[in-house]
Design a protein around this ligand. Structure first.
Ligand code: ZN
Length: 377
């Protein structure tokens, strides 16, 4: 059994490393973890793919097949630190809660994974398969760390990947895809008093926006509901008395697994072509970000055992997540079985006074440990 003292001190230490992204330097925290493993003679390597940005891969056990425990070390900025009740990089504990940026997203899960591997080693547990810890970087921006580890072959022979993003100990078996597109419109400037001499790009945008809203397919997924579109930014114009020559806006689609992202791109292209043929303003699209959805539909013994173990403590209900995780990069290549399952409240992601419940992190560690031990029998 993993005790509070085996995992909470690690979490507090991890929070103290300012692995804020941007700039996303995680190397010091990664080295801290590597040192722990080296001291215990646990196989471990560091992939530093950009100066200061690194992944860590640790392994315990023998055999070709592996179960991967995955978490990201980078965290989002703390914002105005004076607004925090406790300093965001101190890892302070108050009333059973560990405060700090990353306590929920997602150093709690990472601390648990480390504690699990340390336990296996210290108890000299014999495993038939491998347990692999994959700590990535740059998850919050671009998922570069996951891409590097995929390229390095870390997903080969993996028969299950557990992504420890916070889910309140519910089990997510599906995740929406993300598609960000920028629409850029060029018109022609003129003096504001003679608008008929120019071509107004902002007016063009107001014409295009309602059409874009019609591109969201009206399909439902049993865990994720419908796809969504948010128009999150619009920029254009230079002064009240100038006909705006340029305007741009962004589309943020969150797409369910049964919707083809290509279809959405096609519809946008058609709208733009149609618009360009009939208007003096000209629009074009730019793909800013494009990651697939993932959907766990196959059978998995590890997942069954995980669910059963979590249910013992009245957790483990099945749902889907709307936010992105490293799973979008790591899962599709071999259609690897996965679950997103971690400690931490969903409303404590990226907020001021982020905290995680100490008890939940300890329980999570034991759920993972017990599942691994059962799985290996
Ligand atoms: Zn996260």
């Amino acid at each position: 059994m993993i005790l509070e003292n085996d995992v909470i001190p690690i979490l507090k230490e991890l929070i103290k490393f300012r692995t804020v992204n941007p700039p996303g330097k995680t190397i010091e925290a990664i080295k801290y973890v590597a040192k722990m493993f080296e001291n215990l003679d646990i196989k471990c390597k560091i992939q530093e793919y950009i100066e200061g940005h690194a992944n860590l891969i640790a392994e315990y056990g023998e055999g070709a097949e592996s179960v991967i425990l995955c978490g990201h070390m980078d965290v989002v900025p703390a914002g105005d630190e004076s607004k925090w009740s406790y300093p965001p990089f101190s890892g302070e504990e108050h009333g059973g809660k560990i405060y700090g940026r990353g306590s929920t997203d997602m150093k709690g899960a990472i601390a648990s994974f480390i504690a699990v591997i340390k336990y296996l080693k210290q108890q000299n547990v014999k495993l038939n398969g491998k347990i692999k810890l994959l700590i990535t970087s740059d998850e919050e921006i671009g998922m570069e760390g996951a891409k590097v580890s995929l390229k390095a072959g870390e997903m080969e022979n993996c028969n299950f990947i557990l992504i420890g993003e916070p889910t309140e100990l519910k089990i997510a078996k599906a995740q929406k895809g993300v598609l960000w597109i920028k629409i850029k419109i060029t018109g022609e400037s003129a003096h504001g008093s003679t608008p008929h001499l120019g071509v107004n790009s902002i007016e063009a945008a107001t014409e295009l926006i309602p059409k874009m809203k019609e591109t969201v397919p009206d399909l439902n997924h049993h865990l994720l509901g419908k796809s969504t579109l948010n128009i999150g930014q619009i920029k254009g114009g230079t002064a009240p008395n100038v006909v705006p020559e340029y305007c741009e806006f962004t589309l943020d689609y969150r797409i369910i697994p049964n919707v083809n992202r290509e279809t959405i791109k096609e519809s946008i292209k058609n709208i733009i072509n149609d618009f360009n043929e009939n208007n003096k303003s000209q629009a074009e699209m730019e793909i800013m970000h494009n990651t697939p959805s993932i959907d766990m539909t196959q059978e998995s013994r590890f997942l069954d055992l995980l669910k059963r173990r979590a249910e013992k403590d009245n957790y483990g209900s099945i749902f889907g997540v709307t936010f992105g995780t490293d799973g979008a990069i790591l899962v599709p290549e071999n259609n690897t079985a996965f679950a997103i399952f971690g400690p931490g409240r969903l409303d404590k992601l990226h907020v001021t006074d982020e905290y995680t419940l100490k008890e939940e992190v300890v329980l999570y560690s034991n759920i993972i440990l017990d599942t691994i031990l059962k799985h290996d029998k």
